[in-house]
Design a binder for this molecule. Structure first.
Ligand code: F0G
Length: 452
């Protein structure tokens, strides 16, 4: 197995607790069969998300001590802006405390009821923020994005014909922007090619529509471009990122992913008038524009994290660790979405548990079993997450998101082993039904019960 070893050594460790199966049986009942309601200290390997769960480096922790906590004009802000502009290239950089605030500021400023936002595939908070502002969130990824068994280097690509059809059907004046999510989280952490970004830009030029990136995992996306796209091998990931962002008018960013920090985000754009309107709102809900809901030290950690995430030995290790888990599962015949994503492996719950229909939440049944069997926490991306209000998701997935620089290869082997044990007795698993659900984003807080 190809596996670039960790390009770091471990200076600080955090104890994780082992629990017994009996304890876990009890905890998951108390949690209403919803892994979001578990206490983190009752989990052995937490693959719920790669968001805000990275291990920071000694360099980032040192940056924390350089925090300038002045209310306005702190030095970390200027360092942060300088690094963001070097990579992303946009004129205006607005810090926020996480990605969804950047989304909310953007959509609440640009959207009017009846408008629509096309995206390759919206992430759940993006979709919810579009809808909460009266907009229609439309997905325009290609068919291949929904075919878990088909190998394709750029499954995150926008389907340009679908996008153009959408623009014509909805009407140009009703589309204030188009988004490309890199990598495409809801479609398996799959990358978008540079060629596809270029073509999307050309198409949007024809209609005069701005292009924004949902840039959370931009470094992983650009690493895949370097690995997979013809003619890109000789370039640095930074150069690829700079070209990619040059085709856009701005971006939203959750720094909790590829800025390797535990909290933070930002919003960038070239349009000065739009930036001013958003900064006015920022002061109302987040804070002064030189800290945007963060401490000065957080901005320093983001600036340093953004430089580290572009180191190519880091990216080689990072993507190989995720791929290693995917290959291990594939070797045992366990159905996953192929190829491995940049930040996660997605189990194909429909193929894993064909006897459990979507309305009985096969993905959630698997999430519950992962916890019971081995204290592993994952998240369902299927009918529980997207099936409310008449939604019918095309795939039933369970995401095993790998936090950055946190778990070792032995931890990954353990996870594969736990899944292997469930695979052997998969026919014994049963579905679930909802006992209580909130009106939106139900997967976070719904309570479920097992079907006998
Ligand atoms: N966009 C994408 C593609 C995301 O994956 C996320 C968060 C956000 C926006 C929102 O950012 O959490 O900082 O407000 N994804 C996390 C996840 C929560 O688990 O995939 P945020």
């Amino acid at each position: 197995m190809e596996f670039p070893a960790e390009p770091f050594r471990i200076k600080v460790v955090e104890r994780v607790k082992r629990t017994t199966r009996e304890e876990r049986e009890q905890k998951i009942i108390e949690a209403g069969y919803n892994a979001f309601a578990l206490r983190a200290e009752d989990i052995f390997i937490d693959l719920l998300t790669d968001s805000g769960t990275s291990a920071m480096s000694d360099n980032q922790w040192a940056g924390i001590m350089h925090g300038d906590e002045s209310y306005a004009g702190g030095r970390n802000y200027f360092h942060f802006v300088e690094v963001v502009q070097r990579i992303f290239g946009y004129t205006h950089v607005i810090p926020t405390h996480q990605g969804r605030v950047a989304e909310n500021l953007l959509f609440s400023t640009l959207l009017e009821p009846g408008m629509a936002v096309p995206n390759n595939i919206h992430f759940d908070t993006t979709r919810a923020n579009v809808q909460a502002n009266g907009g229609l969130a439309l997905d325009c990824a290609g068919e291949v994005a929904y075919q878990p068994d088909v190998e394709h280097p750029f499954k995150g690509n926008m389907d340009l014909e679908r996008l153009e059809r959408t623009i014509r059907d909805v009407g140009v004046d009703k589309i204030p922007l188009v988004i490309l999510t890199i990598t495409n989280n809801s479609g398996g952490g799959q990358p978008v090619s540079l060629e596809n970004v270029r073509q999307t830009r050309e198409l949007l030029n024809k209609y005069g529509i701005p292009l924004f990136f949902d840039a959370c995992r931009f470094a992983e996306n650009c690493w895949f471009i370097k690995q997979r796209e013809p003619g890109q091998q000789h370039r640095s990931v930074l150069e690829i990122a700079q070209e990619l962002f040059s085709y856009g008018d701005g971006c939203t960013m959750s720094a909790k992913k590829d800025a390797l920090v535990n909290i933070g985000g930002f919003l960038c754009m070239n349009d000065g008038e739009l930036a001013q309107r958003i900064k006015n709102k920022l002061i109302l809900i987040e804070g002064f524009p030189t800290y945007g809901g963060l401490a000065g030290r957080d901005l320093e950690a983001i600036a340093r994290g953004l430089e580290e995430v572009l180191e190519e030995d880091y990216l080689a290790y990072r993507t190989a660790q995720v791929k290693g888990l995917a290959d291990d599962l594939t070797e045992h015949g366990i159905p996953i979405l192929r190829p491995a994503g940049g930040h996660a492996v997605y189990l194909n719950a429909r193929a894993f548990l064909p006897h459990i229909p979507p309305e009985e939440f096969p993905g959630q049944a698997l999430v519950v079993e992962l916890y019971r069997e081995g204290g592993v926490r994952a998240v369902e991306i299927g009918s529980l997450m997207f099936g409310d209000n008449g939604g019918k998701p095309e795939m039933e997935l369970v995401r095993l998101a790998i936090p950055r620089r946190v778990y070792t290869s032995a931890h990954m082997s353990y996870v594969a082993h736990v899944i292997g044990r469930i695979w052997e007795r998969r026919e014994s698993l049963r579905g679930l039904r909802i006992a209580w659900e909130p009106p939106m984003l139900r997967h976070f807080s719904a309570r479920l019960e097992p079907l006998s």
